[in-house]
Design a protein around this ligand. Structure first.
Ligand code: XMP
Length: 506
């Protein structure tokens, strides 16, 4: 178990993911909330930070319970922090050092750099430089521009590096983390999907006993994996509800419901399409549409949950990025993401909450899902927004528009699969524009709808770029759509990145 103290770096989660890739469990905590049960951590990593250690409001936590007691790896800001506050010096660099650099010197007999050679590429991102090492500091490595690129502190298991081992551009970053965590700190590499499943199922059994649990399935990866874990722990006491809001992909409700039943889940499919479409009638503002769908979902789910006698838990597919307390860059305050508003909660929200995936990253959820035997068809699917096609039909929604978009979307997605492109794309879908454009079919002029196709690559949806799909693919897809979907006479492809655009159009 490894503690990562976050100083607000954009890369903190990446450190955690790299550590987890080494099959080592780790937790991220804000720098000013060092966990009281520090004993349970075998090693500590200090993250980078947007702050300069020389700034007045720079994070300055008391590390006395850690330093000298636990193996410590200080990254970037962490390395500067140790230098600045413990007898060394940090100054503004003449040139800001961003991007690639190469290790030009590595001190011999250096456990941190075992199996790493000079010439290895590292990624720098800092405006300050360590000019003088802290007390008892011993230089470990340099780059051409940065003399003090890595050091350790004599008499302690304290190591510090100026570059970022967590980013992919640091070629031997994972090796360095392994050297520190496994060789130096002696942490066990026992965080595997099968170990997670075993421990979690046992914990769920102990926690839930004979209680009944209700869970809303969405067809997505997270809720499906959460359901299978709970199913393994409590079997029929897990009551799953899968709601058709009428805004899912074509045939999705029937297909996915069928798959869930095959997986042995105790699942009830609820077709509430009419209710949702009724609630949406006449609305064209995107936020009002989202609200209407959110409220309709709560009503439907509440009705269904009431039909289960004596249910006491609500299970959710919350994952780790949703629960990490983030360090605010604009001051030492913290913000915690919260999913629910207080006050006026529907009954089901008063249930106790169980979140079996709350310590997992998305890629780990997939690996756990595979361990549980969930099909690739479910684990590999693209993210799909909760409000579904409603936010891909720009403007107001009618059953006819839903039908058109479902047809177009199905052709696009199936063709991506046929061309083996589906897995190379992070998310794809079609958007129905509120525009009639002129066309000609036979000798007739037509005024019909325009659809936009969108396919992006991304890792977390926060930033994204459009995918360079082959022209032949686009040509074939466009032909299929225009020839087969009545009401559409024009297809365009969205070539905007996020930022400044977003993935969805509203
Ligand atoms: P944007 O459009 O913000 O999308 O670039 C980023 C990711 O979030 C999804 N998305 C939503 N998901 N409810 C959801 O559950 C929403 O209202 C919503 N809006 C966008 C989007 O599909 C993409 O994966």
């Amino acid at each position: 178990n490894v503690l990562i103290l976050d100083f607000g770096s954009q890369y903190t989660q990446l450190i955690a993911r790299r550590v987890r890739e080494l099959n080592i469990y780790c937790e991220i905590h804000p720098y000013h909330k060092i966990p009281a049960d520090i004993k349970k951590f075998k090693a500590v990593i200090l993250s980078g930070s947007p702050f300069s250690v020389r700034a007045e409001d720079a994070p300055h936590p008391d590390l006395s319970v850690i330093r000298g007691h636990k193996p410590l790896l200080a990254v970037c800001y962490g390395a500067q922090y140790l230098a600045h506050f413990y007898g060394g010096s940090v100054e503004r660099s003449d040139t800001r050092e961003y991007g690639r650099a190469k290790l030009s010197k590595i001190v011999e007999n250096n456990g941190l750099f075992q199996n790493i050679s000079t010439g290895s590429q590292v990624w720098m991102s800092h405006g300050d430089s360590i000019k003088k090492l802290p007390e008892n500091g011993i230089l470990l490595a340099s780059t051409h521009d940065v003399e003090n690129a890595a050091y350790r502190i004599d008499g302690e298991q304290t190591y510090a590096i100026q570059f970022h081992p967590e980013v992919y551009h640091t070629t031997d970053g994972k090796q360095l983390l392994e050297n520190f965590l496994v060789n130096i700190a002696g942490v066990e590499q026992s965080w595997t999907p099968s170990a997670f499943v075993e421990t979690t199922v046992n914990e769920l059994k102990a926690k839930l006993k004979n209680d009944k649990v209700v869970l809303g399935l969405s067809g997505g990866v997270d809720s499906s994996v959460a359901a299978m874990l709970l199913h393994k722990a409590i079997g029929k006491n897990l009551y799953c509800i899968f709601v058709n809001n009428g805004l899912l992909r074509k045939d999705e409700f029937e297909n996915v419901l069928h798959q869930y039943k095959d997986m042995g889940l105790n699942v009830k499919g609820v077709d509430a399409s009419a209710r949702f479409l009724g609630a949406l009638a006449g609305l064209s503002d995107p936020e009002l549409k989202r609200k209407a769908i959110g409220n309709a979902f709560i009503e439907v789910f509440d009705d269904e949950a009431h039909q289960i006698q004596d249910v006491s838990w609500l299970a959710q597919g919350t994952i780790y990025p949703d629960v990490i307390e983030s360090v605010s860059v604009n001051g030492p305050s913290v913000t915690i993401k919260s999913h629910h508003n207080v006050g006026g909660l529907p009954d089901f929200m008063k249930l106790k909450i169980v979140e079996p995936l709350r310590m997992l990253f998305k890629d780990e959820v997939r690996r756990v899902g595979a361990e549980l035997g969930i099909s690739q068809d479910i684990l590999g699917r693209h993210p799909f927004p909760g409000p579904g096609l409603a936010i891909r039909i720009l403007g107001d929604i009618t059953p006819e528009k839903v039908r058109i978009l479902q047809e177009v979307d199905a052709i696009f997605i199936n063709n991506l699969k046929k061309w083996n492109l589906y897995e190379k794309v992070w998310q794809a879908g079609a958007i129905l524009l509120p525009v009639d454009s002129v066309g000609v079919m036979g000798d007739e002029r037509t005024y019909e709808k325009v659809v936009a196709l969108r396919a992006v690559e991304s890792t977390d949806g926060m930033t994204a770029d459009w995918v360079n799909l082959p022209y032949e693919f686009l040509q074939e897809t466009s032909n299929y759509i225009i020839n087969r979907v009545k009401g559409v006479n024009r297809v365009v492809y969205d070539i905007s990145s996020k930022p400044p655009a977003t993935i969805e159009w509203e």
